[in-house]
Design a protein around this ligand. Structure first.
Ligand SMILES: [Ca+2]
Ligand SMILES: [Ca+2]
Length: 262
């Protein structure tokens, strides 16, 4: 037979531990700093020391039967280094109760969650057209455990802006022809990053927009010049940046074709 006793509430000799805070961690904010420093003030009563415990449980009560955790006498405590558990946005809680000189334990106070994330995004990738003659391309992005993405024509994490991660995004390639590298960096909320990239070849002077540079493009450029073109030209075929398709484009196209460098 199991007897359950309900202990009547007695006046406790020590009060709740006040002003529990972490200098390095905000509550409920993911961080890659894998040790949590905690400081606290002196409770009312006559505290001799403190029972303290970090775990992933939002609720805990220290009492005479269950004084687990560690016993410390100072007013600060640092967690173990949680990095060894490779937490990927795991919530940790800090529990504390003061004890008086007779070992009587006061009320338990819990602080947190303190979210620790040391795992960068995984399975990252970007899919893009290999060849294009349109300056704005669609990128398909994928990543596990990422919330933001930085895309750049310059380098990973440079010369662009961080945006919320979406599965697809439009991206404008840098000016000029040839191979363009698009640098993609993914980040989680704690700032752990993972990089990937795509190489896209931009075909300049593709007036008719079929992504191949050929004599027909020069013909179309000349038709536009003489006002006899029937189809709208690809506006990104403008190679000299004057906003029009004309002689310069026709000359460029014929020269590129003869060079066999597109
Ligand atoms: Ca992560
Ligand atoms: Ca063409």
């Amino acid at each position: 037979m199991i007897m359950l006793f309900i202990v009547p509430a007695v006046a406790q000799n020590v009060g709740e531990v006040p002003d529990i805070r972490s200098p390095g961690h905000g509550s409920d904010i993911p961080s890659k700093v894998s040790r949590i420093d905690i400081i606290y003030d002196i409770p009312e009563g006559d505290p001799y020391g403190y029972f303290v415990l970090f775990d992933t449980n939002p609720g805990h009560t220290f009492d005479g039967l269950n004084p687990d955790g560690e016993y410390v006498t100072r007013r600060s405590f640092t967690s173990p280094d949680f990095a060894e558990f490779q937490p990927d946005d795991v919530a940790y809680y800090f529990h504390i109760a003061a004890a008086d000189g007779k070992g009587e334990i006061g009320p338990t106070v819990t602080a947190g969650p303190y979210r620790i994330d040391v795992v960068p995004p995984s399975d990252v990738g970007v899919t893009a057209p290999e060849v294009t003659s349109v300056r704005t391309v669609t990128l398909t992005l994928r990543a596990e455990g990422a919330s933001e993405v930085h895309i750049s024509n310059v380098a990973h994490g440079e010369g662009g802006r961080w945006k919320n991660l979406t599965g697809e995004t439009e991206w404008e390639l840098s000016p000029g022809r040839g191979e363009k590298t698009v640098y993609v960096r993914f980040s989680d909320l704690a700032g752990n990053t993972a990089d990937t990239s795509a190489v896209i070849t931009f075909v300049a002077g593709d007036v008719d927009g079929n992504v191949v540079l050929e004599p027909g493009d020069a013909v179309t450029a000349l038709q536009i010049l003489t006002g006899t073109a029937t189809d709208k030209p690809n506006p990104d075929a403008d190679v000299n940046g004057d906003g029009r398709i004309g002689t310069e484009e026709a000359v460029y196209i014929l020269r590129r074709i003869s060079d066999r460098t597109y």
